[in-house]
Design a protein around this ligand. Structure first.
Ligand code: SF4
Length: 470
């Protein structure tokens, strides 16, 4: 076994990863989505919560998420909610429903809350043609208070294979200022094995164009653990991406092969996947390369340049986490639009129907397509705060939680604290002066550390529905 890579920010210790790397949630919410239930939230409860928040905080800013589920072609590794179709007419039909949902939501929320964050995800948002994108933004603008001074955090996920002439310039004109490109791996053999062939020249062209038309920030997504990847080949991908695309942010996701759950992943042969130790080497070398190039580990697969807003927020303890991942926006309500999207409003989580035809049928009747969710209890709120603090700051001050929630930390979390000494002995964290400090080796296992504070997981002891951390 090679010596662990030691760095200031994050350390990949293969022994510890092998010991602690169990399935754990990604904690984009707490409680996590598997605990959302049909009987806990319906469209009436959704409306009541929006109205309750409007009374206590009428100008509370909004973060909007819009889900465009369509893709032209299936990537075999994909775990997203998407619909593969070459029939572009289907997007038009879907948009009619989406417009209807936006009208319903606009009326419910009122047009007086600033939209500080907007994110288009998928699927492939750029599956829509230019006219459809324009109309969609117009529809959102009619119903919500979009910021027109470029001060919002307006981002879109873009597939370089779906960027026709003028699309990036249009997106910038429509107000998007951050862009995220899915690249995954530049190696042709890997690309063929996952059915996503995307020449590097194409990536270079679209990233260059994004900068020329004025996008403020470019994020690149890569995936490790894909078929035929080796530590050497992935290091080449990463170095090339850094040299040629110079991203402001970079996400390096771990591929979880779950063929029993995801039919498309059955097209990936298990014996073509890199063995676990090779995967750890890929992670270790990737972190090393990124640190050498001056990138900072933000948390959970994400890296940023030192001047990036997320990097700065992380350093200043102002980072937050929601369904859109890490964010600098704290006190806003997240409104999900489109099939399967999730909202977080006040104390409520609510999810839309997960199948396109069900979603469309429901919206057609003039009602919100919400089908399940959860209202956070007092205990959920406390644990939510603790887990998000650990996920974002890698540090937890007992006194801060006590003053926020009027409790005695050691009493309230007696069971959770009992689980920490073995982790402390192994060097994942320290507990000193009533502060939990996650060590560089603990950072890559942060979701495993957080499970100690997850009441639901502790009760069920069934974490199989989540992917492994590494
Ligand atoms: S383009 Fe993205 S959402 Fe669509 S199949 Fe590929 S990975 Fe999944």
């Amino acid at each position: 076994m090679s010596k662990p890579h030691i760095s200031q920010e994050v350390l990949v210790d293969r022994g510890l990863i092998n010991k602690y790397n169990r399935a754990a949630p990604r904690y984009t919410s707490y409680p996590t989505a598997p605990y959302f239930k049909e009987e806990l939230v319906d469209r009436e409860i959704y409306k009541n919560e929006v109205q309750r928040i409007a009374k206590v905080d009428p100008k509370r800013p909004l973060s909007l998420y819009v889900h465009i589920p369509f893709c032209q072609q299936e990537c075999y590794y994909c775990g997203c909610m998407r619909m593969i179709t070459k029939d572009r007419e289907r997007a038009g039909v879907y948009l009619e429903s989406l417009y209807q949902e936006i009208d319903i939501l606009g009326e419910l929320f009122g047009r007086n809350k600033p939209v500080v964050q907007l994110h288009f995800g998928g699927g492939t948002p750029t599956y829509l043609n230019n006219q459809q994108l324009q109309q969609l933004l117009d529809k959102i603008g009619e119903n919500f208070l979009l910021l027109d001074d470029d001060s919002g955090d307006y981002s879109i996920e873009v597939d370089p294979r779906e960027v026709s002439d003028g699309k990036l310039a249009l997106l910038r004109k429509l107000g998007f200022n951050r862009i995220s490109f899915g690249i995954q791996d530049i190696n042709p053999k890997v690309q063929e094995a996952v059915n996503r062939v995307q020449p590097l020249e194409m990536d270079i062209r679209v990233v260059k164009e994004a900068r020329e038309v004025g996008f403020k920030s470019v994020n690149i997504d890569l995936i490790y653990g894909l078929p035929h990847q080796t530590a050497t080949s992935f290091a080449n991908t990463l170095k090339t991406v850094l040299a040629e695309l110079d991203p402001d942010r970079l996400a390096i996701f771990n591929f979880a092969h779950l063929p029993e759950l995801l039919k498309n992943q059955r097209k990936i042969a298990a014996d073509h996947l890199p063995p676990p130790d090779e995967k750890l080497q890929i992670l270790e070398e990737s972190i090393q390369i990124l640190e050498e190039r001056g990138y900072v580990y933000i948390g959970m697969d994400h890296f940023g340049k030192p001047q990036d807003e997320l990097t700065i927020a992380q350093k200043e303890g102002k980072l937050h986490r929601n369904f859109q991942g890490y964010t600098t926006h704290a006190e806003c309500d997240l409104v999900g639009m489109g099939v399967s999207s999730i909202s977080q409003i006040g104390d409520m989580y609510a999810q839309n129907l997960k199948k396109v035809h069900n979603y469309q049928d429901e919206v057609k009747t003039g009602v919100l397509p919400v089908f399940r969710g959860l209202i956070m209890s007092a205990d959920d709120r406390i644990r939510h705060t603790v887990i998000m603090k650990l996920m974002c700051d890698f540090r937890l001050d007992f006194a801060a939680i006590e003053s926020q929630f009027s409790l005695v930390f050691e009493e309230y979390f007696a069971d959770a604290l009992k689980q920490l000494p073995p982790m402390e002995a192994d060097g994942l964290l320290t507990v000193k002066d009533r502060i939990i400090q996650v060590s560089p080796a603990g950072k890559v296992l942060i979701r495993n550390i957080c499970t100690a504070f997850d009441w639901y997981l502790q009760q069920s002891q069934n974490s199989n529905r989540f992917s492994q951390a590494i």
